[in-house]
Design a protein around this ligand. Structure first.
Ligand code: NAD
Length: 477
């Protein structure tokens, strides 16, 4: 366990705002989790199972409260709230509960000849106290989701939900101690100052979901204590549409994904790279699909989370140099922006440089696959790359020639809902991964164990060093 002392190279303090937790309370909360971890009670399979089952009950028993909090914070429809914030965690819980016992077993490792007779194995031990820092866009999924891996690995946890989804944060703070072992898992509410105060305590791991800019601050705040970090960040995830793609299906899947939470999703399509020869067909399919989905859902726009984000997105709609093929009507009273399809924007505009994280979809023409790959490679590594193509050779080429957290061929975002796949970014989109076994491994220390018998006790390594001993030793190597 790392020390609680503040060090001189820690980042300068951030102003405390109403809603932040005082730093002495923060220190006491972390200290209590450390004490609980030191008792060793979180290590057993029974404890881990009980916590995971309790988390599942928390979600089941409080579905209507969770849906209501998400509606108040984000204007999220009930069906989306269930799918993204409740169903997705339950899926992960089922997957982990079924496999946890086997994951906890030590794995055997074969020792080299020179170490025989003897046995080797890898033992997974809990890290200790883990800090989970969440964003506002999926406030339950992105705090309680990572908690599945944290608890499965036998750790204590402190959860810091986002202050920008206050109803959800309040509900998480109320429910977690009612269902989980409250000596082991605590929720601390607040914003940047609270997160900074938490990091200053030193943790055994910090798991952060949020923007690359804040990610850098988290890493800096973790550095004085050498707290290891997992950073689940964002960025611009491109969609490549080739000439041989099924354009109607591509349009449905792209528009469906972009409408969820008004595009305020880390793995949402950020922009499209479309083969020039099919550009008019793609734009037509996107605009007609958008109109149909808006009509069928009875809504033309969902709200943006707050005025700051609304203003940021509204500014992206100005000076991009492209043509708006659909949408783009803004309502500052309701904080809504009609999903906008922007054709051929200037690649140097803010719309094409910054992560959009909202209902704007730029469509850029490219001269074939190589041009698309070049476009992606010239920019920071994204969280996801999506490809719509009927050719497996094209898919293989995109996978081999680009780097991203994940790739989905002919759909959007599905890799995030499969617990058997690692979820995480690379480069600017993050470091480390979780979900399923990957989360269990992230929150476990892999301890190397070698066990030897005391006899025989060969003299090869003991002095004096002789030519014969050296020759025998070299033979073994
Ligand atoms: P954010 O980075 O602004 O905030 C995330 C968390 O960090 C919040 O809990 C916030 O209180 C805290 N925070 C903010 N400023 C801080 C500071 N200066 N010091 C310490 N802590 C601070 O992110 P957001 O606006 O909540 O979410 C949007 C971003 O998150 C987007 O970039 C999106 O792509 C990314 N995201 C990534 C994933 C993923 O799984 N990779 C998922 C969702 C969102």
């Amino acid at each position: 366990m790392t020390s609680a002392a503040n060090t001189s190279d820690a980042p300068s303090p951030i102003a405390t705002l109403p809603g932040d937790t005082p730093s002495d309370v923060v220190a006491a909360v972390v200290a209590e989790r450390r004490r609980t971890f030191d008792t060793g009670r979180t290590h057993s399979l029974q404890w881990r199972r009980r916590q995971l089952q309790a988390l599942s009950r928390l979600l089941d028993d409080n579905e209507s409260e969770i849906v209501e909090a998400l509606a108040l914070d984000l204007g999220r429809p009930a069906a989306d709230a269930w799918l993204a914030d409740i169903g997705a965690i339950q899926l992960e819980l089922k997957y982990v509960l079924r496999r946890l016992k086997s994951w906890m077993r030590d794995t055997r490792a074969v020792l080299p000849l020179v170490q025989q007779p003897g046995s080797g194995r890898v033992h997974r031990e809990p890290l200790g106290v883990v800090l989970v820092i969440g964003p506002w866009n999926y406030p339950f999924y992105l705090t309680l989701g990572p908690l599945v891996g944290v608890l499965a690995a036998g750790n204590c946890a402190v959860i810091k939900p986002s202050e920008l989804a206050p109803e959800s944060a309040r509900l998480i703070a109320e429910l977690v101690p009612r269902y989980l072992d409250s000596d082991a898992v605590a929720v601390v509410e607040g914003g940047a100052a609270t997160t900074t105060a938490l990091l200053a305590q030193g943790f055994d791991h910090a798991f952060f979901t949020g923007s690359p800019e804040v990610g850098k601050k988290i890493m800096a705040g973790a550095a004085p204590h050498l707290t290891p970090v997992t950073l689940e960040l964002g960025g611009k995830s491109p969609v490549i549409v080739t000439s041989d793609a099924d354009i109607d299906v591509a349009a449905r899947r792209i528009i469906w994904a972009k409408l969820v939470n008004s595009g305020q999703t880390c793995i949402t399509p950020d922009y499209l790279l479309v083969s020039r020869d099919v550009l008019p067909k793609v734009v037509l399919a996107l605009t007609t699909t958008l109109a149909r989905f808006q009509k069928d859902s009875g809504t033309s726009a969902l709200p943006i989370v707050n005025r700051r984000q609304f203003d940021r997105l509204s500014n992206l709609l100005v000076g991009h140099g492209g043509d708006i093929a659909a949408g783009g009507v803004t309502d500052p009273e309701l904080l809504t922006i009609e999903p906008a399809i922007v054709v051929s924007p200037d690649p140097d505009s803010a719309l094409m440089q910054d992560e959009i994280f909202g209902p704007l979809l730029p469509v850029v023409a490219v001269d074939g696959l190589d041009d698309a790959i070049q476009f992606v490679r010239a920019r920071p590594k994204p969280l996801a790359i999506y490809l719509f193509s009927s050719s497996s050779k094209t898919a293989d080429k995109v996978i081999a020639r680009t780097s991203s957290g994940g790739v989905v061929v002919n759909h959007i975002g599905l890799h995030c809902m499969a617990s058997a796949l690692p979820f995480g970014g690379v480069g600017n989109s993050g470091m480390g991964a979780y979900h399923g076994h990957w989360g269990f491994e992230t929150f476990s220390h892999r301890k190397a164990i070698v066990t030897k018998r005391t006899r025989p006790d060969p003299i090869l390594l003991y002095p004096p060093v002789t030519d014969l001993k050296q020759r025998v030793l070299r033979w073994f190597f």
